[in-house]
Design a protein around this ligand. Sequence first.
Ligand code: SF4
Length: 343
Amino acid sequence: MAVDFISLTPEERSAWILSLGQQKYRLQQIEEWVFGHGVLDYMQMANLPQSLRDKLAQSNIPVLSAKIVAESTDGGTTKLAVELIDTQVVEVVLMRYRHGLTLCVSTQAGCKMGCVFCATAKSGFVRNLTRQEMLSQLLLANSHLRAKGERVTHIVLMGMGEPLDNYEESLAFIRMAVGPLCSISARRIAVSTCGLVPGIERLANEGLPVTLTVSLNAADDELRRSLMPVAQVYPVNVVLAAMHKYAEKTKRRVTIEYVLIKGVNDRAKHAQELAQKIKGSNFHVNLIPFNAVVNSGFEPPLPAAVRMFLEVLSGEGIGATIRRGLGGKVQGACGQLRGTLRK
Ligand code: SF4
């Protein structure tokens, strides 16, 4: 794979800048532009001498080898298609909330987990992304936001792929995001998993106060197995036990994601089953009305079913919210990332 600036180790960056006949402080200037300001074009690095900018632009080390090849926007949601060095395209979603700008990062091209309601699963698994490819998504999003004077404030590892199935690279990306160059607080980063228990247990011991989000979608094992193959390996009680341990160890509240699908898991008995399993815990439930995926065979729930589900949980003293329907039109909502955007 060809190399880019962000893939160089600190030592390689130092050697590279020296090989260009420059002093080390020039490297800090470049890093400030790239990580602090979202500037990915050497020619725009205004405090570098023109001769150096020319030299850098002609060098065989671009700032990034990944690039945005398409975008679509729907209200507060923007979906970016990012082409990687091997022409794989992954999707990244920027969501505007009252508290800031959240970036939904992809961790794999495709996914192995096979959740039946998920658009990403339909295209199968291609490969894991590297830590630099995840970082590229953040830097490209910041570059995209630069014209508006904005930058990403929160990150969720919830795009294409299962982050805990690509554990080392996902973790290394988080460590770079919270490091001195990007400076995003770990408390503003969430890792979303379909319930890979060993990964949850490992994450709990990393000393990183990131938020854990678990996609549960059913409290009954048989129903969950029919929606999510991972449930054949990790039953609901085992997943819940890992979540309790995570909350205890990190002192962070854990979120349960529950995609409501019409006639499948959106009835009163499903809400009661969930309530019985998590009553008395500090888990928060995020209800996500299913977004229509073409040819999925599933439909969005009726608004009355969503309200009823929320009421059952609230009635049992469980904190629950309905996720604002962000990104439905741009297919950037949960389980809808499939690489449909192209050049
Ligand atoms: S919902 Fe998440 S874990 Fe399940 S198949 Fe889709 S991307 Fe993979």
